[in-house]
Design a protein around this ligand. Structure first.
Ligand code: ADP
Length: 310
């Protein structure tokens, strides 16, 4: 069988159109547009592209967005000051600090400075902790993008074997947490028997676990980690890895962790790289911004009594 290739761009378009509809009706009701502020420290070329994509997506949906460029050589204290200023501005609904930060700053300190109710990246320790104990929280864009894809494919993960390759705090770990946790009411995601593989998983064990997977999520940044002989027929493959490589002709190209050409012959569904998880991730940041806005206006799903006040 040949896998259905998951069109991340099309899924992202649907999500963005849903947001756009909601934002237009807010504005038609005389309310202000939601606002996202993005902090970009330094000149990392990949970060510049990511930030631009997020700003374009925001604009498309009617969410206003500004990008604050901060030079590479500033101190952590100065970045914290900028964040505090944005925290205090009532018209800023979402704050996003593009990672990675320069090595002279602590990403933990900087992410924790963002007010939890404006933390649309879900990196503040309060959101991370709330999420871990099943309380409402902002969930980082990449994991929520992966879940959104599974949801929109109508995949029920209950009782299935899920394998996640990669355990990073912002990607692999939260994806695995979601897949293993009890399904929320009405959700089809969760309740999977979930295995996390990481850099210390011996190759033969990696093979063994991957073979068992009904749902395979890879987030390692290792091109070619998963080959067709390793997977089970009919597996659902979500490839979160994005690595820039030079092809035979010396041309730069983006690839995932999965050998797409061959694995797609055995999988039931597979995400391409690029054009799979990436665009959906961008849409999820925008979706979180709308959620943050609705929280401020007090008709959203957030319970203000348990989130520190903005
Ligand atoms: P990201 O932020 O996209 O998750 P990181 O570079 O932070 O990327 O994390 C890469 C992850 O991949 C780490 O959790 C690491 O343990 C995992 N990893 C590295 N090598 C392997 C491997 N051979 N098999 C499975 N996982 C691996």
């Amino acid at each position: 069988s040949k896998a259905a290739v998951i069109d991340g761009k099309a899924i992202a378009q649907v999500i963005k159109d849903e947001i756009k509809t909601e934002v237009s009706s807010l504005i038609a009701d005389g309310k202000r547009a939601p606002h996202l502020s993005v902090l970009l420290v330094g000149n990392n070329p990949a970060s510049i592209i990511y930030v631009r994509n997020k700003a374009l997506a925001a604009q498309y949906t009617g969410i206003s967005c500004d990008i604050l460029r901060i030079p590479e050589n500033v101190s952590e204290g100065e970045v914290l000051k900028e964040i505090e200023a944005l925290n205090r501005l009532p018209e800023v609904d979402g704050i996003l600090v593009q990672l990675p930060l320069p090595p002279n700053m602590s990403e933990r300190t900087v992410c924790d400075a963002v007010l939890p109710g404006k933390d649309v990246d879900g990196f503040n320790v309060l959101n991370v902790g709330r999420f871990c104990v099943n309380q409402e929280a902002f969930i980082p864009a990449t994991p929520s993008g992966v879940l959104e894809i599974l949801k929109r494919l109508n995949i029920n993960t209950l009782g299935k074997n899920a394998v996640v390759c990669g355990r990073s705090k912002n990607v692999g770990l939260p994806i695995a947490l979601h897949l293993h946790a009890s399904q929320n009411k009405g959700s089809t995601i969760g309740d999977a028997t979930t295995t996390i593989c990481h850099r210390n998983t011996p190759p033969d064990q990696l093979r063994h676990f991957i073979k068992s997977a009904d749902i395979l999520v890879t987030a390692t940044g290792i091109p070619g980690l998963v080959t067709a002989d390793m997977v089970k027929d009919g597996v659902v493959v979500i490839d979160v890895g994005i690595t820039r490589i030079l092809d035979k002709n010396g041309k730069a190209r983006l690839v995932g962790d999965v050998d797409f050409a061959d694995v797609s012959k055995k999988a039931s569904y597979i995400t391409p790289v690029p054009g799979g998880v990436g665009p959906v991730t961008v849409a999820m940041v925008i979706k979180n911004t709308l959620a943050a806005y609705k929280n401020e206006l007090d008709y959203g799903p957030w319970n203000k009594s348990v989130l520190p006040s903005r």
